[in-house]
Design a protein around this ligand. Structure first.
Ligand SMILES: [Zn+2]
Ligand SMILES: [Zn+2]
Length: 386
């Protein structure tokens, strides 16, 4: 089965929805505009039940098949990013400083397209829940929906997510079993030494020299401590101290991120960084604080569900266009909260040769719409086969 004819016919209509969503972006939980557009469309499609306000501004639509059966959920994200768009597109953001630079406009539109198709055809048994979440971009919106009882309330047994990926050709899909997206943590280090004259360093405790030792030792986590066949990123992205050339400052602040694909390496990196900061600071007579903040968990595809997802994509574009063992990304994805609650899988869809995610020149590729809708429909009809 290639692209569904009906999905191809819907492409222009769904692209118009996508562009409407794109013009009206909302950050984190402030996606009221998109959430009400979604609810309005679901109503128009004759979806059986529409629940708004789950996880603050999330929306769930329930579509029953022709007979009772299992319940599967498909999830799209609705939030945009705090960026000013430079695409110059006709449908560019109307709100300066807010922009759909991660393609969540496309994800929402494709899932709406699939909901329309499946509410019309209902060629399945059981129930499909279409889930539209807020605050994916670091706001724990996925967790908010799960904590609001989304899984139990609708009896969801499996969950699937879909995200575009620039660099993967249009009409191709990519997935893997196991970890597919990282845990994006951040940390902040405050070093307090003793300031003084730069010509008398022996009378000071130099927080810059100490901070530099921390930066250099932190690199040993990746190069000397973690198995080279496993993954970890430790990046110090901010180092601020001092005012001029003849003063050794009193304090220094360092900030950075740790990215891992494995919860045990994540724990190790946090512990080791804390130890390095405390011991290096105290070895030199300074004091230091270390704050480590965990964002979402590692996004881990369940083995069987990753295969089901790959099979559905293969049904749409053929085996040559599905990479079932793609490299993971070290960026985070808060669909991980849903995958920790239920078995499921997270799939990438090719966005072609576009600007990268989170770039102000990025735009979702509307040509991907028919592929995305076809994938969702195929997956629904397979996982809820009559
Ligand atoms: Zn993003
Ligand atoms: Zn995203």
């Amino acid at each position: 089965m290639p692209i569904l004819n009906r999905a191809a016919e819907m492409q222009d209509e769904v692209a118009a929805w996508r562009r409407h969503i794109h013009e009206n972006p909302g950050i984190l939980y402030e996606v009221e505009h998109t959430a009400s557009f979604v609810a309005e469309k679901l109503k128009e499609f004759g979806v059986d039940e529409i629940v708004t306000g789950i996880g603050q501004t999330g929306v769930v639509g329930i579509i029953h098949g022709r007979a009772p059966g299992r319940t599967v959920a498909f999830r799209a994200d609705m939030d945009a990013l705090p960026l000013t768009e430079i695409t110059g597109a006709e449908w560019a953001s109307k709100l300066p400083g807010k922009m759909h630079a991660c393609g969540h406009d496309g994800h929402t539109a494709m899932l709406l397209g699939a909901a329309k198709y499946l509410a019309e055809t209902r060629n399945f048994s059981g129930t499909l829940a279409v889930v539209f979440q807020p605050a994916e971009e670091g706001g724990r919106g996925g967790e908010a929906m799960v904590e609001d009882g989304m899984m139990d309330r609708f009896g969801i047994q499996e969950v699937y997510g879909l995200h575009n990926r620039p660099g993967i050709p249009l009409g191709q899909f990519a997935i893997r079993q196991g970890a597919i997206m990282g845990a994006p943590d951040k940390f902040e280090i405050h070093i307090t030494g003793r300031g003084g004259h730069a010509a008398e360093p022996h009378n000071t405790i130099d927080p810059i020299a100490i901070g530099a030792q921390i930066v250099s030792n932190a690199q040993l986590i990746a190069s000397r401590n973690v198995n080279p066949l496993r993954s970890v990123v430790v990046s110090i992205t901010r180092f601020q101290a001092g005012t001029t050339h003849n003063i050794i400052p009193e304090t220094a602040v360092l900030e950075g991120t740790v990215r891992t694909l494995d919860e045990s390496i994540r724990d190790f990196a946090e512990d080791r960084l804390r130890t390095l900061v405390q011991t290096i600071a105290s070895a030199h007579g300074a004091s230091a604080t270390f704050e480590y903040e965990r964002a979402c968990p590692v996004t881990i595809n369940h083995d069987a569900e990753a295969l089901y997802a790959a099979e559905a994509a293969t049904g749409v574009v053929g085996p040559a266009n599905v990479d079932a063992n793609t490299d993971p990304m070290m960026a985070g994805e808060d669909f991980s909260f849903m995958l920790n609650a239920r078995p499921g899988a997270f799939m990438f869809i090719g966005n072609g040769d576009s600007a990268g995610l989170h770039n102000p020149a990025y735009d979702f590729n509307d040509e991907a719409i028919a592929y995305g809708i076809s994938y969702w429909v195929k997956l629904a009809e397979q996982r809820l086969a009559s």
